[in-house]
Each structure stands twice: as structure tokens, then as C-alpha cells.
Design a protein around this ligand. Structure first.
Ligand SMILES: [Zn+2]
Length: 283
């Protein structure tokens, strides 16, 4: 049923099959959550699920969902979003606050793109709030999202976790415009890390600059550190402890390792923010 203000309530939830005969003829799968008897609009998801909704509600919460689209011969509007994304869009329109904190990143991104496309502004804001949760796992994708929307804080957070990504993946995700400053940003970090990874020798007994324990330790730590960007030095700092036992009882090498770890920990302070790299390029 539909209320005066265009919202509606539903008798049940989940996904059901249409009645057998119709199902046989149309091979139809209907959204269990959105299948109002008094619906005047039918929307078909890219993966074939039918949503029966109210034009009035759709028009109220979305400027462009139906847009200038023309329904197919069965009177359905065919959209490019899948049923999971459309379900969340309709939850938003029908004031059933969508649980965006529980959805995987790919779904969140799809909802965010759809919210932008269909001009559902407060849903866009809701997606934006959730994006930073994924900056650790999907840094270049979140960076691409944030750069497109000029969200400086999120841009900086995601970029600071993205330097371990290979260039090809970054180019695909970011597009050329953001990729170029990203390359400069990553190169700046790599230069700082090359400097950090050259900790001054600590003289051993007898004036020796090092001992046989250092090389193995150095190679293992330097190799592992490559995965960490300026926003990840806390996680990266654990690498120093992970191999510490290989230095056994050499206090000189251990001191050198501590100096190295300290230099790594302060390296982010030497980095520009990604957003300032972008604005410098633009000026
Ligand atoms: Zn030593």
C-alpha cells in the first residue's frame, strides 16, 4: 500500500517467484520486497529481477531513475543496475534505511554510482560516509571515487594507502587524470623510503661497520616494507619486530634496526598530501 507522501509498506520481504503460469511464460523473478499490488511502474534489474514500485515515490526521491527512458514491450524500465543495487535504491526511496555498512565494497560503489547518476543526493552522502571504511582494502578504487567527487580528506587517506599498488592496476582504476599525480606521489614516497632504507652503520667491536647478521635482516625487512605506504607505517612498523630475533644478541645491529624503524615511522611527515600534489599540478 502507498501512503499520501509517496512512501509505502510491504507485506513481506525476500525474493519470491511469480505465480507458476506467469513464471513459465515470462521466466520471471519478482522482488519479494518490492512487489506492490497497486504499483504503477515496473523496473527490471540487469540480472532479471522485476521490481513493482510507485512512480510517485520514484519521482520524489530520484530525479533520473526513469528519466527519459522508454519501457520495453512488456512495459518495464530496464536498468543497468543489478537487483542488489536496485533493492538498496528502493529501500532508500521507501524510507527503509539501507544497511550500507553491511554491504561489500563492490555493491557500495555500484549504489554510489547509481545515486550520482540518478541524482539521489542524500543517498550519495550516505555512500560517501561509508567509503572511508574501505580505504584500507580498496585504496585505489576509493581514491578514484574520492577524486571524482573532490573529497580532499578521503583522497588523502586513500592515496596514503595506495603506494603499494602496481601502476597498471592504478591506471585502470584511476584514469589518466588522477594517475599522473599518483605516479608523482608514489615516486616521492619511494625516494623517501630509499633514504629511510639506508640507516647509518653502528660500529661494532674492533671498528667493524657491520656483522654477518645484518644482511639477512636488512633484505627481509626492506622487502616487506615495500607493501606499506605513508598511511600504513603503523602496520609496516611490525615488520622490524618480525625479524628481530635473526639479529640474535648483536646489540649494534639491533640499535641500527631501531634507528631504521624510527626513521620509517617518521617518514610520512616528509610526504606531501596527495590533494596538494594535485593542486600544485593544476596551478
Ligand atoms: Zn651486528
Amino acid at each position: 500500500m502507498e501512503f499520501e507522501d509517496g512512501t509505502a509498506i510491504w507485506a513481506s520481504s525476500g525474493t519470491v517467484q511469480a505465480p507458476l503460469v506467469e513464471s513459465f511464460i515470462m521466466d520471471d523473478q519478482v522482488s519479494e520486497e518490492f512487489h506492490a499490488d497497486d504499483a504503477d511502474i515496473k523496473v527490471r534489474s540487469s540480472d532479471g529481477v522485476l521490481f513493482k514500485v510507485h512512480q510517485r515515490t520514484v519521482d520524489k526521491y530520484s530525479e533520473g531513475l526513469l528519466g527519459n527512458g522508454v519501457p520495453n514491450s512488456r512495459g518495464e524500465f530496464e536498468l543497468k543496475e543489478n537487483c542488489e543495487t536496485l533493492g538498496l535504491l528502493f529501500q532508500y526511496m521507501y524510507r527503509k534505511r539501507p544497511e550500507l555498512s553491511a554491504v561489500p565494497f563492490s555493491t557500495l560503489r555500484s549504489v554510489a554510482d547509481a545515486a550520482d547518476t540518478y541524482q539521489m543526493y542524500s543517498l550519495s552522502d550516505m555512500c560517501e560516509c561509508q567509503m572511508s571504511r574501505h580505504a584500507r582494502t580498496y585504496p585505489v578504487d576509493v581514491l578514484a571515487y574520492a577524486a571524482k567527487r573532490s573529497l580532499a580528506d578521503l583522497v588523502d587517506e586513500a592515496a596514503s594507502r595506495s603506494t603499494g599498488i602496481d601502476a597498471e592496476t592504478a591506471l585502470t582504476a584511476l584514469g589518466q587524470e588522477t594517475f599522473i599525480p599518483w605516479v608523482l606521489y608514489r615516486e616521492t614516497w619511494n625516494t623517501i623510503i630509499r633514504d629511510v632504507n639506508d640507516p647509518p652503520a653502528v660500529l661494532h667491536k674492533g671498528g667493524m661497520r657491520t656483522c654477518e647478521l645484518w644482511h639477512m635482516y636488512y633484505m627481509a625487512v626492506a622487502n616487506d616494507l615495500r607493501a606499506f605506504g605513508p598511511g600504513e607505517v603503523q602496520e609496516g612498523g611490525r615488520v622490524f619486530g618480525k625479524y628481530r630475533s635473526s639479529l640474535r644478541s648483536c646489540t649494534h645491529c639491533k640499535l641500527r634496526a631501531e634507528n631504521w624503524a624510527r626513521a620509517f615511522g617518521s617518514a610520512p611527515g616528509r610526504m606531501p598530501k596527495f590533494s596538494s600534489v594535485v593542486s600544485e599540478m593544476a596551478s
